[in-house]
Write a new protein. Structure first.
Length: 250
């Protein structure tokens, strides 16, 4: 029976500490995996039952790139183990939909409990899918999920409807109808909502100029961003930032 766990961590002492804890539980633990590229090779070779990922790998690609790969693979659960727990980081990792999240420093009990819950939930998820054969035959949610994943990963770019259509091989009106059916909002509304979530995080936690935030989120101009923000949130970006700054000072 496969009981391999891969730890993607560039701090050797932390990797060794987790390895010792997990080996006591009977897992076979693979370490010395310090980059996304090496992690993918190791995953394809060993087909682990779980991957633990540090977000900050000090490489050109961080742990969320590996999370996106595993999300698209959709066959192995994965947990982020990181020192970062700020809202911007959480917004970033939420797009890759991890099965768990552990903040360093952590206790052995935290690691054991999280892994136990994640593996148990993932096991029962597979059982439930097997019991519901019609879901396996229904490709519509799979294509919608592919569109949502694309939007979340590319939320800092301008996203056109034709790009989403190409992912599904449907016609435009068919995509909009099915997307709205499953998510209760149109693709445009979903994209705008995700962009506003990202904007709020940047306004609250950084000093990046608002015109740069607008550009970074793929808006054509500051005025377009300003109007969209005010229409959706009922406030201007400037007032929102000031309000959040005052809240922190209280």
């Amino acid at each position: 029976m496969n009981n391999k766990i891969i730890i993607v961590e560039d701090e050797l002492l932390i990797a060794l500490d987790m390895q010792g804890t997990l080996e006591k539980l009977g897992f076979e633990v693979i370490i010395d995996v310090t980059s996304v590229e090496k992690a993918i090779e190791s995953i394809e070779e060993h087909q682990p039952i779980l991957v633990l990922i540090d977000i900050n790998l000090n490489k050109s690609k961080d742990g969320t790139h590996l999370g996106q790969y595993l999300l698209e693979k959709d066959s192995i659960p994965y947990i982020y183990v990181t020192s970062y727990a700020d809202k911007s980081t959480l917004d970033q990792v939420n797009a890759t939909r991890p099965n768990g999240y552990i903040v360093k420093p952590f206790k052995d009990e935290d690691l054991k409990a999280t892994i136990s819950i994640v593996l148990n939930n993932y096991y029962h998820k597979k059982i439930d899918a097997a019991r519901n054969n019609e879901n396996e035959k229904d490709f519509v949610p799979q294509r919608i999920r592919k569109v949502v994943n694309y939007i979340n990963v590319n939320i800092d770019k301008k996203i056109e409807i034709h790009q989403l259509v190409a992912l599904t091989e449907w016609k435009t009106d068919h995509l909009i109808r099915l997307f709205s059916k499953y998510l209760k909002v149109t693709p445009y509304q979903y994209i705008l909502s995700r962009k506003m979530d990202k904007a709020k995080s940047l306004l609250e936690e950084t000093d990046i100029p608002i015109n740069e935030i607008a550009f970074d989120l793929g808006f054509e101009s500051h005025s377009n961003f300003y109007q969209a923000f005010k229409k959706m949130l009922g406030d201007t970006p400037e007032n929102f930032r000031k309000r959040m700054q005052l809240t922190k000072k209280v």
